[in-house]
Design a binder for this molecule. Sequence first.
Ligand SMILES: NC(=O)c1ccc[n+]([C@@H]2O[C@H](COP(=O)([O-])OP(=O)(O)OC[C@H]3O[C@@H](n4cnc5c(N)ncnc54)[C@H](O)[C@@H]3O)[C@@H](O)[C@H]2O)c1
Length: 254
Amino acid sequence: MILKLLLHGCNGRMGQVISASCDKDPEMEIVAGVDINTAFSNPYRYPVYKTLDECSDSFDVIIDFSHPFAFDALLKYATCSRKAIVIATTGLNKDQIATLDSLSEHVPVFFSANMSLGINTLIALTLKACDILDANFDIEILDSHHSGKLDSPSGTALMIAENINLHKDNPYQFVFDRHTVRAPREKNEIGIHSVRGGSIVGDHTVYFAGKEEVIEITHRAQSRNVFAEGAITAAKFLYGKEPGLYSMKNLVGS
Ligand SMILES: NC(=O)c1ccc[n+]([C@@H]2O[C@H](COP(=O)([O-])OP(=O)(O)OC[C@H]3O[C@@H](n4cnc5c(N)ncnc54)[C@H](O)[C@@H]3O)[C@@H](O)[C@H]2O)c1
């Protein structure tokens, strides 16, 4: 079986990597792309439209690596098309994320701020460390990304922090900016920080800073292929599934 894909954000960094990955995958065919930026000539084998409404091609699943501004139109289109959708765009606001629940009543939706399998392992190890280490260990999270990344902190850094809070009885406060307050950190907080520069694909480190010792758990994505492969695996996983909201936990069973 060949899965027919609509690629939303096809001209971006991730869109280009997904296109190259699908070219090598006999189970995948991109039938159409959508990107607001159609300034350069189309290098792909598939047609590229400026808006979703222009696309009348028949497809099985949508993969989205675009921009939060594109989300509302994408949601409307996905609701009408009743096709499975993989949403990888980060920087969505709380209201946008909340609407995924209603979309998932009608279609299978896969949503993850990080499509790499490795980051799920980092989260599992982090939760294990939370269980082992006592409250004297302060938790801080650092994300490092390329100079073109729009959102900060990364969706993945927030995903790690949110997973810690779901795991704990007493939630931590997230602190994003220490320069406005001159005071020692509180025990019940997680500091979340960002580095932006060069071509860093995506690094995340969780620090457990204790008395005279520090544990660091780090994941480094060495190429965008890890996100592309994860998104394609998610698209294959979604096909034929019941409507619902799925995540990496469903994919790797952790
Ligand atoms: N979940 C993950 O694993 C993962 C991994 C990498 C990147 N991302 C996220 O995916 C998104 C895209 O990343 P990127 O590095 O490819 O960014 P990019 O800026 O290189 O590409 C985004 C593309 O979306 C297009 N776009 C913007 N607004 C649009 C609209 N309204 N309609 C249609 N297309 C539109 C842009 O023209 C651009 O070509 C970002 O939010 C990024 O943080 C997620």
